[in-house]
Design a protein around this ligand. Sequence first.
Ligand SMILES: [Zn+2]
Length: 538
Amino acid sequence: MSFEVKEKDLLARIGKLRTKSGPVETPLLFPVINPTVQPIPPKRIHEDFGFEALITNAYILKKRFKNETIEKGLHNFLDFKGVVMTDSGAYQILVYGDVETTPEEIVAYQEQIGTDIAVILDWPTGWKATRKHAEQTVEETLKRAHELFQIKTRDDILWVGPVQGGRYLDLILKSAREMSALPFHIHALGSPTEVMENYRFDVLVDMILTAKMNLPIDRPLHLFGAGHPFMFALAVALGCDMFDSAAYAIYAKEDRYMTESGTARLEKLEYFPCSCPKCSSKTPKDVMEMPRSERQVFLAEHNLYACLSEIKRIKQAIKEGRVWEHLELRAHGHPALLQALKRLRKYETFIEKHSPIAKPSGIFFFSHIGLSRPEVVRHKVKLSERFTPPEKAKILVLMPQTKTKPFHRSRLYKRLVKTLRNVLSEEGLAKVHVCFYETPFGVVPVELDEVYPLSQHETALPPDRETVDYVAVQVAKYVSRTNCKTVVFLNDGETWGEKVLEACRKACTIKGIAFKSFDVEDDWTTLLANFLRESEQS
Ligand SMILES: [Zn+2]
């Protein structure tokens, strides 16, 4: 295997990709090098910035430097010691309609120049393609993918199988499934550039996840043209392992300054929000006064630093199991990213299935958007499928969450136990089942409250409306599954309002269960004791 996963969180992963020029660590950003214009020479990209890999265009190389590249070999030609990936010219097809080469020639050329990672000459679908055209691009790309394995002569190059289909998700699905059957080392999602340019990150989520769900999970996925650090977290969280960025240089040309949460125009900046080696020694005004070409290099270099540090932050977040938190932070940098984050709800089961169960840290729950995170989804599924409420329980007590965690160590719970012991016999006690209703997990039976992460999370109360609704639904579902004769509900109205209480009451009415509620503000232990005594007598 050329790819080995070391750490995971959500669908994000830190992996090791082995190439003939050595191993590289993913998630990996490949700066795009235009072989004809290089504001920052490849050697510096490697030595000064620490990029392990870059990507260049085999089609342009072939057209401009045909034999020179073959004679020198790609790495010598570029003067780059890291890993080189070559794109095939597919993007030129998208922009100019056609290229003056054939799929066979591009395969042979990439072998001759000795690239490390190569892409077949796929046919990008594009964003505005009609369905008919989209179908054609998928078919033709698949045909060329099959042909590769008849014509390739080297075994030391990693080949990329691009998935096409554009905005037609059923075509992405078909393309991904058929590509999976071929022995590619890496896959790529084609034509997302226009989707990203239009800030349709919600559509991008659909495209990436449709591909991801239908490709072998153990092969890395490259996202073409995703070169802005503000969306790296989203792409990595969805399982993209590799990206290429021409944006660092293109933005620099237009006096645009990248940050991890967006783009600034240089002339609008009074201060640099960055401490990279470039920005620490200059002010935006200094840079504005530089000659144009010098300014471009300055901005391109800063942009590369901005990309690199965001990749490092994401890697650290994967290590710490905090990718969701990082993603929420970034998603609040732009409404279109937040919309994309909300879209994850549609895929929560798939994401949960591939997310690690144990984590090194607790979780932060910010708002109802976090209800899609794997830990919450997992608890919901486990509780309904693998946890049976105790059979002999006749009384279900529902208590609000407490600041103390695990909840069974709280004063509130201790008071409950004391009251129950005062009133009930051992036999009676065995018939009581206690659960907490809480943010964000819904219902937590006291037997489980030490299971990760039910006690290892932070949230601010009161919960938002959508989270209260979620908890109300979970409580009603749980009540309808028990065999209890009585439900005792301890309400914390100040935090929870009446919604959970009412949902619980309704579920009891439907199932013919006796329902009794007390308010935490009242002398509920006395009231509960009286209630239990009366019930025992009747
Ligand atoms: Zn900087």
